[in-house]
Design a binder for this molecule. Structure first.
Ligand SMILES: *Cc1c(COP(=O)(O)O)cnc(C)c1O
Ligand code: SF4
Length: 336
């Protein structure tokens, strides 16, 4: 059992916290004491991608502030309804990289598996906001199919679990999936990409730690945090527990207008991550997905920010600035 020091309440377990997600726009406005003028457009904007935020994430926001960097990431806005040239529904052409249900093979020696369709939080900038999530709850047979695909494709040495969010999956299913995957002799590494350790760090429970310790696969966790204000003491102690059992800890962020598009926000994030034992990995430019253009930060501005960070931080605390382009065999680094 973990005591959440910031609020004083005790979490039974992570499922309890997951059940406390806020999905009503009105509840969000009322809790944060926001003026109600924009309530109806917020309601409209969430019709095809609903509001969803854990209570604990809400508690980290400043009341009465529409510009709070955490609130901006979850609050549905009228701007999402405008169509912007250059922004489309599937800019990464992921639909065409699907090898079997839930399996994406775009990069040479690593495959991406979508284990779960849902997330603990719905981020407004999400590049998968139009993804057919519901299609993706994998069966044991589909686990086997993925394991065979890996075995039959000898150059694959890493499986990446992405989302939805792979840590929404129960320990029981995760354990079964890992056991199935381990049968592929060429597989060396298993990487989790997840925002759950940021928003509900209690998810990394005893059972999950035991699963991680008992696999032969090298485990990597890439957390998805965009702002230092998201990270609390529970996050830090959880990351330290993972580090002790040999998990490699990295973080990736998306560069988001109003949220983290300043050298100060980014360097605070890097410092806070490092003090929890996590190294910054990628800073992604926004994928041009319909409904997200108000988060866009131009590439030239991204480069300037990285140059400022290089002047302020040791090199290992400066994330790599990248973007994703359809049909490429890796992410594209942005030259400074
Ligand atoms: C980002 C991504 C990866 C992993 O890329 P790394 O550069 O190894 O982090 C793998 N597959 C897909 C489809 C991706 O989008
Ligand atoms: S996939 Fe990641 S960015 Fe998208 S909604 Fe889920 S947690 Fe947020």
């Amino acid at each position: 059992m973990i005591t959440r020091t910031t609020t004083g309440w005790q979490a039974e377990d992570w499922q309890f916290q997951l059940s406390r997600v806020v999905t009503s726009v009105k509840d969000l406005y009322q809790y944060l004491e926001l003026p109600l003028d924009s309530l109806s457009s917020a309601r409209l904007a969430q019709l095809d991608f609903p509001l969803k935020t854990p209570q604990s994430f809400l508690e980290k926001m400043k009341k009465g502030d529409f510009n709070d960097p955490l609130l901006l990431q979850v609050l549905p806005k009228q701007q999402e309804l405008t169509l912007t040239p250059g922004f489309s529904y599937d800019p990464l052409a992921e639909a065409s990289a699907l090898k079997s249900r839930g399996l994406l093979h775009k990069y040479k020696n690593r495959v991406l598996v979508v284990l779960s369709g849902s997330c603990a939080i719905n981020c407004r900038y999400c590049f998968r906001r139009h993804f057919p999530y519901q299609d993706n709850g994998l069966s044991q047979q589909e686990f086997e199919d993925i394991s065979h695909y890996v075995t039959n494709t000898p150059q694959i040495n890493e499986v990446i679990l992405s989302g939805g969010d792979p840590l929404i999956t129960s320990n029981k299913r995760l354990e079964r999936f890992i056991h199935t995957l381990e049968k592929a002799p060429n597989l060396k590494r298993l990487r989790f990409h997840s925002r759950v350790p940021v928003v509900i760090p209690e998810r990394i429970d005893e059972g999950l730690l035991r699963i991680i310790q008992s696999t032969r696969l090298k485990i990597i966790l890439v957390t998805h945090s965009n702002h230092a204000q998201e990270l609390d003491d529970v996050f830090s102690s959880t990351m330290q527990q993972l580090a002790r059992i040999g998990v490699t800890l990295l973080n990736q962020s998306v560069l988001l207008k109003g949220v983290n598009d300043s050298a100060l926000a980014l360097s605070n994030l890097s410092e806070k991550l490092f003090s929890a034992g996590v190294l910054p990995y990628y800073l992604h430019l926004l994928d041009p997905v319909t409904g997200t253009s108000h988060f866009n930060v131009p590439e030239t501005e991204g480069k300037l920010l990285i140059q400022q960070l290089l002047a302020e931080l040791p090199g290992y605390l400066v994330p790599k600035l990248v973007k994703e382009e359809a049909g490429k065999t890796s992410k594209t680094p942005i030259p400074l």
